[in-house]
Design a protein around this ligand. Structure first.
Ligand SMILES: *Cc1c(COP(=O)(O)O)cnc(C)c1O
Length: 416
């Protein structure tokens, strides 16, 4: 049997898995949902705050312990509407973590605000609360912490700092469907919580998003923002009154088909997260005493943790000096094709605001630029839905590559 002490496959040894390992197929489909989709199609109730949309938004808000859920077309405009509802606009700054999907920063930029990037905690790779206080200025209109990959931003510390400064918080929960912080759903802690249901997310309908909030006025404003000014409960063609003058309202409505798919998936969400949590714990246990590699830590008060991806960081001896590309090659040779991480938003090829339209707090973000980008690899969440053998093999492969990292180093220099 090939074990973690056998010769590395990249050095001519036998791989842990002869054929590339595979994650669960994504997204999940079922005949039952297909049947309901057909019924919905025949019902002709496809949009305009349809019963399917109302049912899903209610169920999703309930799941996360929030009073209101406002369903939309994606998880970018949800952030934009949350910020707009809070009055963020031109001249304001919006604090976001340096490592996240671009949408978090672009949502602020769309409103004419200036994204301010703050570095990460090395353990969670989420917004570093210790750098937050300093980054807040009289211009700060909101802080948008992101619950990233398989961790959570430290809500306790962040909310405490923001409360003391009177700055609202919008949680970007695009990676954290069903995750709970200290027993209560993410997205229900800040003034607004934003979720994405894009194809790759843990709950997915192709494209979609939702805002959660406990605040009646914010809920009304967000609803009007996405529904060209209509108030909740208005029938098509019969608005009950005008939206407030400060709101520039859009059509960001999603269809009933998206809502229906999500309503069906939501029934299994807690079960799915439980499975992910169990398998992530197994992988963590595998690597607990393996020097050289660590797993992004769970959110401090996660109960349970949600998952978008599991992230492995090679920033200790004997792995720290092995180039990331060589580690990826070694993992692939053992049968595991890993992915990367986002990298800092301001370095993303698609991020194009001019330099005077964003700010990097402290001038650079070392953890985002180096630790999370140069030293990390990821496995997307469907890997955590794989069978037991695959999960064990993943643990074995990381163990094998990390413990024999010195042999990758020598291979690399011999090749040059
Ligand atoms: C996916 C994602 C979003 C929103 O993306 P959409 O594709 O517009 O739904 C926002 N923030 C993060 C961190 C994301 O991963």
């Amino acid at each position: 049997m090939v074990t973690s002490t056998s010769k590395l496959a990249i050095n001519g040894g036998k791989p842990i898995s002869e054929t590339p390992l595979k994650p669960e197929s994504w997204p999940p489909v079922s005949e039952e949902t297909a049947e309901r989709m057909k019924e919905l199609y025949l019902s002709r109730e496809w949009s305009f705050h349809s019963p399917a949309e109302q049912e899903f938004a209610r169920a999703y808000a309930d799941y996360h312990g929030a009073k209101h859920g406002i369903f939309m077309v994606n998880g970018t405009v949800t952030i934009q509407c949350a910020l707009a509802a809070l009055g963020v606009g031109e001249g304001d700054e919006v604090i976001v973590p340096a490592l996240t999907w671009m949408a978090t920063a672009m949502a602020a930029y769309y409103l004419g605000a200036t994204p301010v990037f703050v570095d990460l905690e090395p353990s969670t790779l989420c917004l570093d609360p210790d750098q937050l206080e300093d980054a807040i200025t009289p211009k700060t209109g909101a802080v948008v912490p992101v619950h990233l990959y398989s961790s959570m931003a430290d809500l306790e510390k962040i909310l405490q700092i923001c409360e003391s400064k009177g700055v609202p918080v919008v949680e970007d929960c695009a990676h954290m469907q069903g995750g709970k912080w200290d027993g209560r759903g993410v997205g229900s802690w800040g003034h607004v919580g934003s979720f994405s249901f894009q194809q790759s997310k843990t709950l997915s309908c192709g494209e979609g998003g939702i805002c959660l909030t406990d605040d009646d006025e914010l809920a009304d404003r967000i609803f009007r923002l996405k529904h060209i000014g209509y108030a909740p409960g208005n029938e098509q063609g019969r608005p009950s009154g005008s939206p407030p003058e400060d709101l520039v309202c859009h059509n960001f409505r999603a269809t009933a088909f998206q809502a229906l798919i999500l309503r069906e998936q939501l029934r299994n969400l807690s079960e799915r997260i439980e499975l992910y949590d169990k398998n992530a714990s197994k992988i963590r246990e595998h690597l607990e005493n393996v020097p050289g590699v660590r797993v992004q830590s769970r959110g401090r008060l996660a109960s349970p943790q949600g998952y978008y991806a599991i992230v492995f960081i090679f920033d200790e001896e004997p792995c720290r000096d092995v180039p990331r590309a060589s580690l990826v090659e070694a993992l692939e040779a053992e049968g595991l094709n890993v992915g990367g991480t986002y990298g800092p938003v301001y370095d993303h090829v698609l991020f194009n605001p001019p330099e005077d339209r964003y700010r990097i707090h402290g001038g650079r973000c070392e953890v985002a630029e180096y630790v999370a980008t140069e030293r990390a690899v990821s496995l997307s969440h469907p890997w955590l839905g794989a069978d037991e053998e695959t999960i064990d093999a993943v643990g074995e492969i990381f163990t094998k590559v990390a413990t024999q990292a010195d042999d990758i180093k020598s291979l690399d220099t011999e090749g040059k």
